[in-house]
Every structure is written in C-alpha cells, then in structure tokens.
Design a protein around this ligand. Structure first.
Ligand SMILES: [Zn+2]
Length: 633
C-alpha cells in the first residue's frame, strides 16, 4: 500500500509538473488534503483567466500542453515554466498599451510587468501583492529577461505606447469615489468579460499537465467566448491518428474534486461520433462566484504535423490508477472498479448492503459544521481501515432554489443562470485514501423522504454511510431514524465528576464545601448534563464516543472510578465505545485535519485504533423499528 504522503504528492505532481521533491514539501505545509492544488485569490484568478486566453493558441509545437512544462500554484502567485521563450511571447500581449495620440487602452488595463531575475512577473500595478504571474522557461540559456524589452521596443516602433511600465510607487494616488456625483461610465474591458468566470480557466491552468497524461496527446488549443451567463471555455484536444477520440479518463480526472478541478458532467453534455468527441463540464451547483462558465472539451485527430511517436499515456494516482503496462492499454485499476469494494461479492451473488448510521450530538452543543468535521475524522479512520465511507449532511441551503436567491447579488439580477449538469451519482470524494478504502461526502437537501432515498441508494455503494445530525431545530434528527440502522453520540468530555463543590453559609461567610459522589451518582449527573435533548427514551443508542479534552486543572480522574462510571452508563443503555485522542488545536475556519491529512504517523495510528471499536459495535447492532416521534405521520 502506498503511503498517504506519497499518494498525495504524486497525485498533485502529475497535474502540475512540479518536481516530486518540491511537491512533497508543499503538501506537508497544507493542513488539509481535501484539495491538493490551492485555488487563487480573486485577483490571481483574474490574471490567470486573462493569461490563458492569450496563450491558448501556441504557434510553436511543444511536447507539453500549451508549451507549459510546470506550474507552481499558490494562492496569490502562479509560476509558469514554458518549454521555449517563443511560447512566452503571446503572454505579453495581455499587457496594456495604447496607440500614440489615442486614449483607448488595448490589452488589460492596470497591469504592471517587470523582469525579476530570470522571470517576467505580471501583476496589477495597484495591487502588486494580490496576485502575480511569473513566467520562466526550462532552458536557462533562453534570454527571457530580454523578451520584455524587445516587446516594448517592437510596440514603440509601431507608434504604440506601452502602459505596463509604471511601477506601483510611481502611480498617482487613486481617486476616491465622491458620493453624490455621478461617475462617468467606464468603457467595458477584457476584465469585465472575464470576471464572472475566472475560477474555471484558473482551475484548468493550474492542472495543465493532466492533458499530456491522456492517450495520444498531440496538442491543445484553448479559447474563450462570451455567453449570456458569463464566459465559456473551449478546449480542442488533438490526439494522434489511430488513438480513440473518446477517453473516460478525461471526464474522470476533470471530475475529481481532490486533485482535479472537480467539475461535473452528464450524458446531456456528451456527443461522440467518428470525427470528434465533445464533452461539456460545469462547476457543481454549490460553487457560485467565479464559475459562470461552461467548459467544452472537443477531442479530434491532429491535422497538423505532430511528433511521429505518441507519448505513452501515464497513470493518474488521483484516480487510484497504478502504473500502465509497458505497451499501453488500460491502467491496472480502472476508476470504474472503484467504490464497489469487496461488499459486492457474497455467497448468493447478491450485493451486500452497506450500513447506515446516524451521528448525533447533544442539543445545541456544537454546530453542524463542527459535527460534520467529527464525522469526517471518524470516516477517514474507517477508510484507512479499508472501508468505503460516505459522510452525509443535511442542509436547507443546498437546495437549488434557496441558492438561486443567494446567487443574485446586486449585479446578478439580470444574469441568466449558467447551465448545470447533474452527475449520475451525487456524492463526491472527500480525500484520497491509500489501499481499498474510500471517503466521500455529500450534502443532501429536501424532505425526509429525499434524505431517506439517498441513504438507501448509498447502501449499494458504500460499506458505511454516516448521517450527520445536529439535533437542533433545523436537524432531521427525530425523523430520519427509519433510514438508518444505528445511532451513536459524540460528546466532549473531560472526565466524570468525582465530587461536587457546594457553598454553605458559615459565620456569615459563604464557604466552599466539597461533597464526594458515588460512581452511580456521577454517571447520573453526567448523563443529565451532557446528553440534553438526545431521545434516549425512544431511540436505542449504540453508544458514546467521548472526545477527550484536557481534564480541568488539579483533577486527575482515577481509572477505577472512570471504569465504574462507564459501567453505570452501560447500565443506562449508553456504553462508552471509545475515547478519541485529543484533537490538535484547530483555528476557527480551518478545516480540521483527519488521519488522511498531514498528521504525524503516531497520532494517525492512535486515531485509527480508537475509531475501530465504533464500527465493530455498530456492525453488531440489530436494526429495529422505532416508533415515530413525528405527530404528523
Ligand atoms: Zn465521447
């Protein structure tokens, strides 16, 4: 089994062309491996979108897609290494200039470019740190530093005035908008065309090396066209003669949300005949800002002369493929075989049903977001144990109609909806998992019948589905019980009280007074305090998962006392299944790392070990009919 670190680094390296050594260090610095290639800030996305349009039709052939050997993506910078300096030249045409004696600006207004060492850096002069594109070449003998001045000189010779040379410090202060006075309408620029759909081209550019891993890669052309809903992107993929035009791996890697761009497609967006294969992709419905575009990928046989011997297709670690056989053919593990592991084979050849369980937390104890994080941590541990796991949350916001209202900002009222595709299976991968396990996620919206149907559908695909429920007023809690086989509770607990402190008046002063309690009394107090709102009287609980927080200062829980309280809780029908190791401190808004993220081996092993008793206990549960609590059913 491949180490997680190696799998994650390889999956990213194959799409960016970075060196494996550099990628290993870069992914180590990421807290979560939910998305292996960082996306850019708004300014960065805009730069990349405009750039891609300019470099999309290379005039010189290259063995790399668009001539790009490597991209190094970070949130506010993208380093792009071209094969030759000739391929860099079209990028410079995005820089602004005007004809002498005229005011109209050609190119992208506001850009600033300069040579830094052996690279050309392009940024917006007003916000030079908000986003940077750095262009370099593979060949150190290429004089890229001369390119910019040569281009500047060629424009001047054509009576054009370069506008990218004013350094940020030399700019006049930006005029503040004064209220009341109407501003002159600004002429529409290339920026206005790109802004609604900047995320899609950036996601493609940041994974540019995926194209030459596909069968028979010969060339790539990228162009953009304005559409009512935003900006659509068209990629023409040229393949060598005799290579099949249709390639399932293309859709698989473009749909992968962990290493790939996570786009969606469906049968409607696919047209295939002897001349061409056309597939259309959009972003999933929950991605709104910057995704107002369609990606159309058209595969055709190369017409222009191409290198005589096609490169061998290479495997995608992100699709769980291992190496290709030496003489081509399909990868050892094809993506289609995944996510229906061992379960599908049983004695009578009928598929074995997966299990469905509900994760509950005490009323008002934590947010749905936090509880989903807990489910992901437990699910990741089970996945590393070899299980295929789906984590399902419920949200009314995921509803398409509700989202349409959010999406309508002040400028948005008049923009038509972009097309959306509905993938055949709703869930998406949450993390890469080495070995036979899998971890997927899905947010379901709609009524309890919809949730129930989804949970039922998931049984055919996963060993375990964990339905996350917050048990608050918006939760599905009391109503979903018939769709799951078992229930368990996650509680933060620093230990059981061994005594209570009480105050008594003595000689006119309130004095603190400690009263020791029996394990039975401690169990009772703990149950009342920690399990508020859990329907213990109606729903059989499989048990408790205690998330340990540091014990309060000065108290060391005695193991003997703890064991006795555990026994009392078991007598109440809520046995302690496991105690999870203390989670490292997680900053607000940070995705909390799971055992499938950058955590050290010792804590990963400890967490997996602590999570195993949970699914062993849940597997032993006999499903039963629970009387409904819903007065309306
Ligand atoms: Zn096709």
């Amino acid at each position: 089994m491949m180490l997680i670190e190696e799998q994650v680094a390889a999956a990213r390296q194959q799409l960016t062309g970075e060196s494996l050594r550099a990628v290993r260090l870069r992914v180590k610095e990421m807290r979560s491996w939910r998305s292996l290639i960082p996306s850019g800030t708004d300014t960065q996305l805009l730069l990349e979108s405009v750039l891609l349009q300019h470099i999309g039709n290379p005039q010189r052939s290259s063995r790399f897609p668009l001539g790009i050997a490597e991209v190094v993506p970070t949130s506010s910078r993208l380093d792009i290494r071209f094969e030759h300096s000739d391929l860099v030249r079209p990028a410079l045409e995005m820089l602004p200039y005007r004809e002498r004696g005229q005011r109209t600006i050609h190119g992208t207004p506001g850009l600033w470019a300069r040579t830094v060492g052996r690279s050309i850096e392009i940024a917006f002069a007003r916000h030079p740190a908000a986003g940077v594109i750095a262009l370099t070449t593979l060949d150190r003998a290429d004089h890229i530093e001369g390119l910019l001045s040569t281009y500047e000189a060629s424009l001047s010779a054509q009576r054009r005035v370069p506008l990218w040379t004013a350094a940020p410090g030399a700019l006049p202060p930006e005029k503040l908008r004064t209220g009341g006075r109407r501003r002159k309408p600004q002429p529409r620029t290339i920026i206005d065309d790109h802004r609604p759909a900047v995320a899609l081209p950036s996601a493609v550019l940041r994974r540019i090396r995926l194209w030459d891993r596909l069968s028979g890669h010969a060339g790539l052309k990228v162009s953009a066209t304005s559409a009512d809903h935003g900006l659509d992107w068209h990629i023409v993929r040229e393949v060598h003669q005799g290579v099949s035009l249709h390639d399932d791996r293309l859709a698989a890697i473009l749909s992968d949300p962990v290493a790939g761009p996570g786009l969606v497609t469906d049968g409607e967006g696919h047209h295939c005949d002897g001349d061409r294969c056309v597939m259309e992709f959009t972003a999933p419905a929950d991605r709104t800002s910057g995704w107002r575009g369609l990606l159309r990928v058209e595969t055709v046989t190369a017409s222009t002369p191409v290198p005589p011997v096609p490169q061998r297709p290479r495997h995608f670690t992100a699709l769980d493929e291992t190496a290709f056989p030496s003489h081509g053919g399909l990868p050892h593990t094809s993506p289609a075989e995944r996510h229906c592991p061992q379960r599908t084979r049983s004695d009578d050849n009928k598929p074995t049903e997966g299990r469905s369980t509900q994760l509950l937390a005490p009323r008002l104890s934590r947010s749905q977001w936090e509880l989903t994080g807990m489910a992901m941590k437990i699910g990741a541990a089970w996945a590393l144990d070899g299980c295929a796991v789906l984590v399902v949350t419920h949200s009314f916001d995921a509803d398409r109609e509700v989202r349409r209202l959010y999406e309508h900002d002040v400028f948005g009222w008049s923009i038509p909806d972009r097309p959306t595709f509905v993938p055949s299976l709703p869930w998406r991968r949450g993390r890469l998992v080495p070995g036979g396990g899998a971890l997927f996620t899905h947010t379901v919206c709609g009524s309890r019948a919809d949730v129930g149907a989804l949970l039922q559908q998931a049984r055919a695909h996963f060993d375990w589905t964990i339905f996350v429920d917050c048990n608050d007023n918006l939760g599905m809690g009391p109503y979903i019980e018939r769709s799951v086989d078992s229930h368990f509770i996650v509680v933060d607990s620093s230990g059981y009280p061994e005594s209570f402190v009480t105050a008594q008046a003595r000689n006119g002063v309130a004095e603190h007074h400690e009263v020791a309690v029996t394990p039975a009394a401690s169990a009772m107090a703990w149950r009342q305090q920690h399990l508020t709102g859990i329907p213990l009287d109606r729903v059989p609980m499989s048990g408790l998962v205690l998330r340990q927080s540091s014990p309060s200062a000065g108290s060391t829980p005695s193991p003997n006392f703890t064991a006795q309280v555990d026994a009392e809780l078991a007598r109440f029908g809520i046995p302690v299944l496991t105690r999870l190791p203390e989670a490292p401190h997680v900053a607000l808004g940070d995705p909390s790392p799971t055992v499938l993220d950058a955590v050290d081996d010792a804590s990963r092993a400890a967490y997996v070990k602590a999570c195993t008793p949970i699914h062993l206990a849940l597997r032993a549960v006999e499903p039963c009919l629970i009387p409904s609590a819903d007065p309306w059913s």
